[in-house]
Design a protein around this ligand. Structure first.
Ligand SMILES: [Zn+2]
Length: 506
């Protein structure tokens, strides 16, 4: 019989969850691209001077005057396209670019009193530029001092990561005491999984750091074996080791290692893994243009606040601490990352990000694999948390994918938590249920939150849904600190899991 154990709680992590970090949502990103196009840099007003200048230089000098960069990332072409209709939203813009590229068609633009024809090569350049701008804007948004995130903003996410790590340690102890075999999923698989629809690696980086602190000072299990905690990305991703000068290949952990390492015949240490998936891709990752492998970087050193985890930038000033590791990377710069498999140089435009588009998606095999894993996680979950993730209303594909993923799940049993933010309700009761949800939907003037809740209630049974309007990170904070009891209530509420934490795996 196949092992039937899956993470009981699946967290869908979206833009709303990272807003307090300064990261922009899609809607804001397109507004910023339009502002850049209008030479309006008012959004940089409160930014550090060095960062402000570096960003301005990128969009007014590097992407315009640099011979190589301006051809690859065609900002001028992007501006021409946007100028024909500044009301475009991101979804429409990407769909339009993809349609033209798929059909091998150019674009005839009438603006500033004349027409200009852009050949399809320039449409491709415009799309690359749009993705580059999104990446650079997000990297910029989290930087306080050049190269570093704001420690105050990041603190709640770090505390959350510490508590999640602690819970997975406790789980290991309880599961061992109950006699769950350590080479089975029942023991080694975390009871929570994260599916991030964001491209930013901030939560991941905090979890990595919290895990590392545990692993460096580990808990001991049966037979004096050290416990080690890792993350599984749902596909094999190669990188190079953090804190190492070598560019030797290095892999993220995965489930198959748990089987080997936890083997009773060869006791050395005990590992557990949690699933953390990025079905839309992650900043800093690349598909190697030569060998086709999926690679990424987590930066050069263990520094919790460093932005290096976003990967190298085409602009030195926007990733000031980045050190190129190999000779070829140092030679080519401009965001170069050497493929640890074949040695080919990859660039930011090799970054596979899934954008909202109605055009036929080019299949990117590692991301397809992650999507399959995501479907399985959803299908086998007992409790799904929408953490700042709103089903995109204009993307029916996403909603239908969700519907089919959970179709095999008993709807009467599948529980759901929605965390959203409403200024007017943030001080109200902790959880809205049943009629209170209906009342909120009727009374609230916050259209986007109401739509998000309605969408979720379309998929789940209303009596299995609870809603918090306190937003992230307040939903798990008390007196300015992340509280363990609140995290447990968020992930493993007694109303959904009778036994509470730690869960019982029958
Ligand atoms: Zn390669």
């Amino acid at each position: 019989m196949p092992e039937k154990y899956w993470p009981e709680t699946v967290i869908l992590w979206g833009a709303g969850a990272t807003k307090p970090l300064g990261l922009y949502a899609t809607k804001e990103l397109i507004q910023l691209v339009i502002k850049i196009n209008d030479n309006d840099f008012s959004f940089l007003e409160n930014k550090n001077e060095e960062l402000k200048n570096a960003f301005k230089k990128l969009v007014t000098v590097d992407l315009i005057k640099d011979n190589k960069l301006s051809k690859i990332y065609d900002l001028k072409a992007l501006e021409i396209i946007i100028n024909t209709n500044p009301k475009l939203n991101m979804h429409e813009l990407f769909t339009m670019l993809d349609q033209l590229i798929d059909n091998d068609m150019g674009f005839n633009a009438f603006c500033k009193g004349k027409t200009e024809f852009l050949r399809v090569e320039r449409i491709k350049g415009a799309k690359r530029c749009l993705i580059l701008l999104i990446e650079e804007l997000e990297r910029l948004s989290v930087q306080k001092e050049p190269g570093y995130m704001d420690s105050v903003n990041v603190e709640p996410y770090y505390q959350l990561s510490k508590i999640l790590t602690e819970l997975m340690k406790e789980e290991a102890k309880y599961f061992e005491e109950r006699g769950y075999k350590r080479d089975t999923r029942r023991f080694y698989l975390y009871s929570y999984a994260i599916i991030s629809f964001n491209w930013d690696p901030i939560l991941l980086w905090n979890l990595f750091n919290a895990h590392k602190e545990q692993n460096d000072n580990p808990m001991y299990l049966e037979g004096g074996l050290k416990l080690r905690l890792f993350d599984d990305f749902g596909t094999k991703i190669a990188s190079t080791e953090i804190d190492s000068d070598e560019s030797e290949i290095w892999y993220t952990a995965d489930e198959s290692q748990c089987k080997r390492v936890n083997d009773y015949k060869y006791p050395s240490r005990i590992i557990r893994v949690g699933k953390i998936l990025f079905p839309h891709g992650i900043f800093g990752s690349r598909i190697c243009p030569e060998c086709g492998k999926y690679i990424t970087t987590f930066g050069g050193r263990w520094d919790r606040l460093s932005t290096e985890v976003f990967g190298p930038s085409v602009s030195k000033g926007l990733q000031s601490n980045w050190q190129y590791k190999t000779k070829r990377e140092s030679k080519y710069k401009r965001g170069a990352l050497e493929c640890p498999y074949c040695g080919q140089i990859t660039y930011p435009y090799d970054m596979p990000l899934i954008m909202q588009t109605l055009a036929k998606k080019r299949s990117i095999s590692p991301l397809e694999e992650i999507k399959t894993e995501m479907g399985l996680l959803m299908k086998n979950a007992k409790h799904i948390i929408f953490a700042g993730y709103s089903l995109p209303l204009d993307d029916i594909m996403v909603k239908t994918f969700f519907m089919s993923s959970i179709a095999g799940n008993d709807r009467n049993k599948l529980k759901c938590t929605v965390i959203n933010y409403d200024e007017d309700y943030k001080d109200g009761e902790n959880w809205l249920r049943g009629e209170s949800i209906g009342k909120y939907i009727k009374e609230s003037t916050n259209k986007s939150v109401v739509e998000c809740i309605e969408n979720v209630c379309d998929i789940f049974n209303l009596q299995n849904v609870r809603v918090s309007l306190k937003g992230m990170p307040d939903v798990f904070m008390k007196n300015g600190k992340c509280e363990k009891e609140k995290v447990i209530d968020l992930l493993y509420p007694k109303e959904y899991f009778r036994e509470g934490f730690p869960l019982i795996r029958e």
